[in-house]
Design a protein around this ligand. Structure first.
Ligand SMILES: Nc1ncnc2c1ncn2[C@@H]1O[C@H](COP(=O)(O)OP(=O)(O)OP(=O)(O)O)[C@@H](O)[C@H]1O
Ligand SMILES: [Zn+2]
Length: 372
């Protein structure tokens, strides 16, 4: 923070005494943390845990990135947030909370999701990147750009009762060496998660980050945690000859440039993002793609274009922003996968994640949908 007085050496000594006392860490370790620039991508369950420990430990400069708003169902695991923060941006609220914990850390909050142009700027200027997201598209993007700029990064993920963390020095091996080609796996939204799991795994991720910033030998390890039998398994990672990135067959911009527009206009929006979407696209229309019987029984307004009629209806429309709606979001997701990218390039077509079932909270944008 610009107008904070610089801490004296004595203050730093006192504040971080318990870690400076540690053999092998000492003042040199504290100085490495204080000079480090860390990028945290995603302020969900993992990101909340990671950000708190890195701030408390005195990492000098932290950038927080998340374009998502806080929802009620986030509070059981995203422990930087409380009931009063619902509807606010995650990165902004996290910054406010973390700054109370440690005012000497330079914290920047960015209310956006990572895409290629942003990755190029932010990864190039960071010493270490932490992936705290829930999707492989972002992990491959971080990996490929980090490899190009020779940056270290730490990946973590949680699924059900299992979690894993891996540290990468991308000169030695990378995420694509480990996972050459994964299409998305279920996230917390679909698979469910106990709140403590991202807490445990996020803390492992923060530990790896601190060790990587202070001594690089910890790189290229995968640690698996089982919440069923509490076991930890550590596996060394090696370079794969088939890896697209490590073998030099592809550069990051060849692999990701075509995805730019997609990530700038994500196809799923959550109930708490409806308001922002409508503000950005005042002429947006709501199309409910359920059957006429379902629509008559209960609806949130808009027009009813049943799934079977949708493609021919859509082909005859002038380009216009659309919010698609069904009961759970699954039919919309399937439908959007069928529409050619060129047909949704000029005006965004998004769907409501979780569908009508996600509009359970009384204030939840239902009146906004009715007005469309
Ligand atoms: N490309 C990205 N850039 C920045 N943040 C991202 C990106 N992709 C995902 N995220 C963020 O990563 C976080 C992942 O959090 P988490 O897995 O705890 O679930 P969630 O998305 O908050 O909630 P739920 O899955 O219950 O809907 C989210 O806050 C999400 O917005
Ligand atoms: Zn590789």
């Amino acid at each position: 923070m610009a107008n904070q007085p610089l801490p004296s050496d004595k203050h730093i000594q006192r504040r971080y005494l318990r870690q400076i006392q540690l053999p092998g860490f000492g003042e040199a370790g504290q100085q490495s943390l204080g000079e480090a620039r860390v990028l945290i991508v995603g302020l969900g369950g993992l990101g909340c845990a990671v950000a708190q420990y890195l701030t408390a430990a005195g990492v000098g400069n932290i950038t927080l990135l998340d374009g998502d708003d806080i929802a009620l169902s986030n509070l059981q695991r995203q422990i930087l947030f409380d009931e009063a923060s619902i509807g606010a941006n995650k990165a902004d609220v996290a910054k406010q909370k973390l700054q109370q914990l440690n005012s000497q850390v330079q914290i920047t909050a960015i209310d956006r999701h990572l895409d290629l142009p942003l990755a190029e700027t932010l990864i190039a200027s960071a010493d270490l990147i932490l992936d705290c997201t829930d999707n492989f598209t972002t992990r491959y993007l971080i990996n490929d750009v980090a490899h190009f700029y020779k940056k270290n990064w730490v990946y973590a993920s949680v699924l059900g009762f299992a979690g894993q963390v891996a540290s990468f020095n991308t000169r030695l091996s990378c995420f694509r060496c480990l996972y050459p080609n994964v299409s998305e796996v279920p996230n917390c939204n679909q698979a469910g998660v106990l709140g403590v799991l991202p807490g445990i795994v996020g803390n492992l991720q923060a530990l790896m980050a601190i060790q990587m910033l202070c001594c690089e030998q910890t790189c290229n390890q995968l640690v698996r945690f089982s919440g069923n039998d509490y076991s930890l398994q550590t596996i060394g990672l090696a370079k794969s000859r088939q890896c697209l990135i490590c073998s030099g067959q592809q550069e990051y911009f060849q692999l990701h440039s075509h995805r730019c527009d997609e990530s700038a206009q994500p196809r799923a929006i959550t109930a708490s993002q409806i308001k922002t979407f409508i503000e950005q696209h005042p002429n947006a229309k709501l199309a409910d793609i359920r059957s006429p019987a379902e629509y008559q029984e209960h609806n949130a307004g808009g027009i009813n274009i049943p799934l079977s009629d949708f493609e021919s209806w859509f082909a005859g429309q002038v380009s216009q922003p659309l919010i698609l709606l069904c009961q759970t979001g699954k039919r919309c997701q399937w439908l959007l996968g069928r529409l050619p990218a060129s047909s949704t390039a000029r005006s965004p077509v998004v769907y409501l994640e979780g569908g009508l079932d996600a509009l359970t909270h009384p204030t939840h944008s239902l009146h906004l949908l009715k007005a469309l």
